[in-house]
Write a protein that binds this ligand. Structure first.
Ligand code: F6P
Length: 354
């Protein structure tokens, strides 16, 4: 086994709170093992352009409490396209020759495919799940999820104040890409009147493209009914939590599953219930803020573990949390797993808010 002397670390895809904490933990773990840790700027783009510098303890010692990513991040287009992928990987490998012996990649599943490609081309990589979406199938937890969830809950409480004061309904769009964890659990924690996520219900959300007219009618009808029931039960304010996968996220053809998004949904609900209804897209505020204790702890455990793997010459792995334990999987095997849904929690979220 060749001993690693220089290990790179990068953050890729959407930033998430706790990424900095993981970087800090990796620097401390690397020092213990006599490894130099090199911070690569702007994800794979920095590797491609040879843009990195050594991370000393004093540079990272206070970053554990900071949101975002001090290494900055990017969505590296050459890795996203089949035609450019291999050449881009070879350029990265050429830049690393004699300078970087291994790499830690913190990001989502798209970033993991980049790490796998680099490993196959000769640069051993280990991945850490860093995304607010909690949408990586092989891990029960992704770094940043808890902070975002608390942010969604706190914003929900704030929105409820104004909704309650005006007897209003607010349709709230929550991030998560195609995953509904932030919506379901944010809505449950915030007392939403209804939660809607692609994984759940009998609405037939298509993988791509728009819902059919019948599906839309059923979707809107269910919510109208829900609001009428809630009003009849004595509620004076209502919050409909919708995952961005339904109302915001566009497919390759530029289509959303529910055309018109939350604004359209709010106007339909108002017209059919008589309840004053507004739309509120939470957007990027969900991704910022200083990481919660849970995110910091998980990021510290995972950052330390990743360095441990590389130091033992183990690569092509993704570090995960399963049943409270930090473990690792082969990247491809991990990505091919199916993320479990939580239908009982979905049903509970609907049951407790009426
Ligand atoms: O993956 C994190 C995330 O915030 C998703 O929830 C969202 O769909 C996406 O990133 C937004 O990406 P961008 O920052 O490129 O707009």
């Amino acid at each position: 086994m060749v001993r690693m002397k220089n290990v790179g670390i990068l953050t890729s895809g959407g930033d998430s709170p706790g990424m900095n904490t993981a970087v800090r933990a990796a620097v401390f773990a690397a020092r213990e093992k006599g490894i130099r840790l090199l911070g690569i700027q702007q994800g794979f783009k920095g590797l491609y352009e040879g843009n990195w510098e050594e991370l000393s303890i004093d540079k990272v010692d206070s970053i554990h409490a900071m949101g975002g990513t001090v290494l900055r991040t990017a969505r590296f287009q050459p890795f996203a396209k089949e035609e450019t992928r291999q050449a881009a990987a070879e350029q990265c490998i050429a830049n690393c020759k004699g300078k970087i012996d291994g790499l830690i990649v913190i990001g989502g599943d798209g970033s993991f495919m980049g790490a796998r490609l680099l490993t196959l081309n000769g640069l051993p990589c280990v991945c850490l799940p860093g995304t607010i979406d909690n949408d990586i199938s092989c891990t029960e937890y992704t770094i940043g999820y808890d902070t975002a969830l608390n942010m969604v809950m706190n914003m929900c409480d704030a929105i409820a104040d104004t909704a309650r004061s005006h007897d209003r309904c607010i349709v709230v769009e929550v991030m998560g890409n195609k995953a509904g964890d932030l919506t379901l659990y944010g809505g449950m924690a915030g007392g939403a009147t209804a939660v809607l996520a692609m994984e759940y219900g009998d609405f037939g959300f298509p993988e791509d493209g728009e819902m059919t007219a019948e599906q839309i009618a059923h979707f809107e009808g269910t919510l109208v009914e829900r609001l009428k029931l809630a009003k009849a039960a004595g509620k004076n304010y209502y919050m409909i939590f919708v995952a961005e996968g339904i109302t915001g996220k566009k497919d390759k053809q530029g289509k959303t599953r529910y055309p018109g998004g939350v604004e359209q949904l709010a106007s339909v609900l108002q017209a059919q219930t008589g309840i004053d209804t507004r739309a509120n897209v939470l957007a990027y505020v969900q991704r910022g803020g200083c990481p919660t204790a849970r995110d910091r702890i998980m990021a510290t455990q995972m950052g330390d573990y990743a360095v441990g793997l590389l130091a033992q010459g183990i690569a092509n792995r993704v570090v995960v949390s399963q049943c409270g334990e930090i473990q690792d999987y082969d990247i491809l095997e991990g990505l091919n797993m199916t993320k479990p849904a939580h239908p009982r929690d979905y049903e509970l979220a609907w049951r407790v808010s009426l």
